[in-house]
Design a protein around this ligand. Structure first.
Ligand SMILES: [Zn+2]
Length: 247
């Protein structure tokens, strides 16, 4: 309890909205006016959207996952917010983003009447990304979500075992192919329900690789949590209604 109060006190020290720089009492660091303009996802699993655009083996993988959760759709404002965090590695930004994700998670699990997972695992960082940034963005978000939701975080629960080229230069098809069998999971996670955390979910290919690895070591269930869901240029005609539609 005391640690939770300390945590809130740290957040309260920063009382300017991260977007408009106006004073705000909001615990999330985003004032109500700015918050209302952000492309927030409905607090429901969006697995149906991932299934719609996945190749056959991805479809099989998504059907084994329980909940797919994201806080926002990946738009300009959200890209700025996440990039600001990824460029700075600032713990304040990590806490604000984890607070948003934790709130979305609680609402979504409550809606689907499902218990929270036993463990959180961060999507692993590639060596290249680690050297570039000097910190692990998904790991930092997982750490703060773990504290906010009182769920233990399994450190080094997942590991890349295949070298990947920079994903933004790859087609969707290549991205899926490159991730087959690319991640290994820790055997200690056998029999547990797990939530995998990443910053952005684009095709869901990395989440699928993580999910397959966890199921291979006997995980009971796998959920995937991200800050933003990137519908991508090829899916720009997906209506807002479909994005927020119930599964
Ligand atoms: Zn604002």
């Amino acid at each position: 309890m005391l640690s939770r109060l300390n945590h809130l006190a740290i957040i309260l020290q920063f009382n300017d909205c991260v977007f408009c720089q106006q004073p705000t009492n909001s615990l999330t660091g985003i004032c109500t006016i700015c918050s209302a303009q952000l492309p927030r996802m409905c607090p429901r699993s969006f697995r149906h959207l991932l299934l719609e655009h996945a190749p056959p083996h991805g479809e099989r993988c998504f059907r084994r996952q329980r909940l797919c959760i994201a806080v926002w759709r990946y738009h300009t404002s959200i890209r700025w917010l996440i990039n600001r965090f990824k460029e700075s590695g600032n713990s304040h930004w990590a806490r604000l983003l984890a607070l948003q994700l934790s709130a979305q998670v609680l609402l979504t699990y409550r809606y689907h009447s499902m218990p929270l997972p036993d463990y959180l695992v961060a999507m692993p960082s590639t060596d290249k990304d680690w050297l570039k940034r000097g910190f692990h963005p998904a790991g930092l978000i997982a750490h703060h979500c773990g504290r906010l939701l009182s769920i233990p975080v399994a450190k080094r629960g997942l590991l890349w075992i295949k070298r990947l080229d920079k994903q933004k230069y790859r087609s969707r098809q290549q991205r899926w192919l490159s991730r087959i069998g690319a991640i290994k999971a820790n055997r200690k996670l056998s029999g547990q329900s797990i939530a995998v955390i990443d910053d952005i979910c684009t095709t869901g290919a990395s989440f699928c690789a993580a999910s397959e690895a966890l199921h291979a070591v006997g995980a009971r269930s796998v959920d995937v949590w991200s800050l933003a869901y990137n519908l991508g240029a090829s899916r720009s005609n997906t209506s807002l209604l479909a994005v927020s539609a119930l599964e």
